[in-house]
Write a protein of this length. Structure first.
Ligand SMILES: N[C@@H](CCC(=O)N[C@@H](CS)C(=O)NCC(=O)O)C(=O)O
Length: 83
């Protein structure tokens, strides 16, 4: 199952929106911006870039909004996982 590494008030909201629209099951790992509005260091545990959004799925970590949208479109089709 896809895990969305979600930072508050960030563009990872778009990935949640996409997954909801496609009815793809997912879970959320929440991260909170620090006092400087930066991502917490823990986000680097999901991907070395330490930015949001990141998704993990099937042992893979995918960063960059466009790359994530492309991955979801290729691997999930209206909620049906492709082989
Ligand atoms: N080009 C990246 C941008 C990623 C990015 O800058 N994310 C921001 C949130 S919208 C972030 O993680 N900011 C916290 C930080 O840089 O520490 C994408 O489209 O995914």
């Amino acid at each position: 199952m896809i895990t969305v590494h979600h930072l508050n008030e960030s563009r990872s909201q778009r990935i949640l929106w996409l997954l909801e629209e496609l009815a793809v099951p997912y879970e959320i790992q929440f991260y909170w911006r620090d006092v400087h509005r930066m991502a917490p260091a823990e986000l680097r545990g999901a991907h070395p870039l330490g930015k949001s959004p990141v998704i993990t799925d099937d042992g893979r970590a995918i960063a960059e909004s466009g790359g994530i949208v492309d991955y979801v479109a290729r691997h999930y089709d209206g909620g049906r996982e492709r082989s």
